[in-house]
Write a protein that binds this ligand. Structure first.
Ligand code: SAM
Length: 203
């Protein structure tokens, strides 16, 4: 891993344990991804969405309202827009240059983007029936808040434990369970992994 990637991994480890410390990492990470934005589409592997797609394949019904957190240049948001032709999809990212690129690359008017911080999402409680994260630091309290009862969260790391932003599945499952989610299934699309979790009907 490069120095920048090691820093992102360190930030992920700290923030998952202590989300309040995100304020220390926010500026450097935003600047790092702003710098990467013009090249982002060319530096990812070809199958980097395969683990996420494996999780989405198991959704019981097409979602109507989809949020992609840490959308980068919007690839997962566009994927959701294409898979779910009835859905409104919003991708958010803290790096405005990533959001600029995502807007430039997206044709569908049902797929929109906002500059926003996953630590404090600018959406009402229970706004989404699917929330996706591809190679993104999970802020579990906010994920739980914006996911509607009965809705799903799909979390993928396209290079498995070699992904710079990576949270071990057992940790992810435990954090989600604490907030009323049931683990539906885990997936392996070598080298990537993903999981799908469902929020309880009454949580
Ligand atoms: C590794 S990139 C993944 C981008 C995209 N999901 C993909 O798979 O191509 C992580 C993205 O998350 C964004 N990000 C990191 N922390 C964030 C936060 N707290 N709120 C919103 N976006 C964040 C970064 O700016 C970056 O664009």
């Amino acid at each position: 891993m490069t120095l920048g990637q090691r820093f992102v991994r360190f930030a992920t480890d700290v923030v998952v344990r202590h989300p309040a410390l995100w304020r220390i990492f926010r500026g450097p990470i935003r600047r790092q991804f702003d710098r990467l934005a013009p090249r982002w589409e060319s530096i990812r592997g070809p199958d980097f969405l395969a683990p996420l797609e494996a999780a989405l394949d198991l959704l019981p019904a097409p979602p109507q309202r989809v949020l992609d957190v840490g959308t980068g240049t919007g690839a997962a948001a566009r994927l959701a827009g294409a898979r779910y032709p009835e859905a409104d999809v919003v991708g958010i990212d803290v790096a405005d240059r990533m959001v600029d690129e995502a807007r430039r690359l997206t044709e569908s008017t049902r797929v929109t983007y906002r500059v926003a911080d996953a630590e404090r999402l600018p959406f009402d409680d229970a706004s989404f029936d699917l929330v996706t994260l591809n190679n993104m630091i999970p802020f579990f309290d906010e994920l739980a808040r914006v996911t509607a009862p009965g809705g799903h969260v799909a979390i993928a790391f396209s290079l498995g434990d070699r992904t710079p932003i990576y949270v071990p599945p057992e940790r992810t499952i435990a954090e989600l369970a604490r907030r009323g989610f049931t683990h539906v299934a885990s997936f392996r699309r070598d080298p990537g992994i993903s999981l799908l979790a469902r929020k309880g009907d009454h949580s």
